[in-house]
Design a protein around this ligand. Structure first.
Ligand code: 5GP
Length: 202
């Protein structure tokens, strides 16, 4: 019997450095499938269609919702963001682990739909550091830094709902911690009943 992949959700307030962190995770574990979300927000300088996001219109996004082609979606700073269903389901079925990089509401919805999913919350070293990182980024035309800071504080109140907390004070160490979590989760007994059964049958 082939085993399904692990569904890993990573949430972090905007400016926590999660893109760099997930990039680092991908390098350490290239077999993990990174879900690419659809969004109606403007493309930022340096972003690429189909790499960072699938950039789309509000009308198209609403069609994706109506056709149930997103597994979850949310509105964040007046833009839609959602996770395309087909690639996630296909990869999980093939036994490949899937990472979703989504905000807290989406994460809570995934937890309801996929109770076996693993939820990881990434924290910045401090709120001052978060503000510094957002200021430095200088890309926030679509939503002010103040709004993102306010949202960041709200998001941190959800951290207790997650299975794991990782503090991103050192990129490589934080990525190692993500790897450790994934490795340990895959060894959980409830995910390995088939091994127990196969031994009992022989
Ligand atoms: P950004 O505009 O900074 O790329 O993303 C804003 C927020 O939306 C981030 O917290 C990001 O993780 C979240 N996000 C990105 N894609 C999705 C998605 O498909 N679903 C949900 N629920 N949140 C998403």
């Amino acid at each position: 019997m082939s085993k399904k992949g692990l569904l890993v959700v990573i949430s972090a307030p905007s400016g926590t450095g999660k893109d760099a962190l997930i990039e680092c995770l991908s390098q350490k574990a290239p077999d993990i499938f990174k879900s690419i979300s659809a969004t109606t927000r403007e493309m930022r300088v340096g972003e690429k269609e189909g790499v960072d996001y699938y950039f789309t219109t509000k009308e198209n996004f609403e069609k994706l919702i109506a056709d149930e082609e997103v597994v979850e979606y949310t509105k964040y700073c007046n833009n839609y963001y959602g996770s395309p269903k087909a690639p996630i389901m296909e990869n999980l079925e093939k036994g490949r682990d899937v990472v979703l990089k989504i905000e807290v509401e989406g994460a809570m919805n995934i937890r309801r739909m996929f109770p076996d999913s693993v939820l990881i919350f990434v924290l910045p070293p401090s709120i001052e550091e978060l503000k510094k990182r957002l200021d430095k980024r200088g890309t926030e035309d679509e939503c002010t830094i103040e709004k993102r800071m306010k949202r960041a504080r709200t998001e941190v109140t959800y951290a207790g709902e997650y299975d794991y907390l990782v503090v991103n004070d050192d990129l490589s160490r934080a990525a190692e911690q993500l790897m450790d979590i994934i490795k340990a989760e895959k060894l959980k007994t409830f995910r390995n009943h088939d091994i127990i059964k196969s031994i009992l049958v022989d």
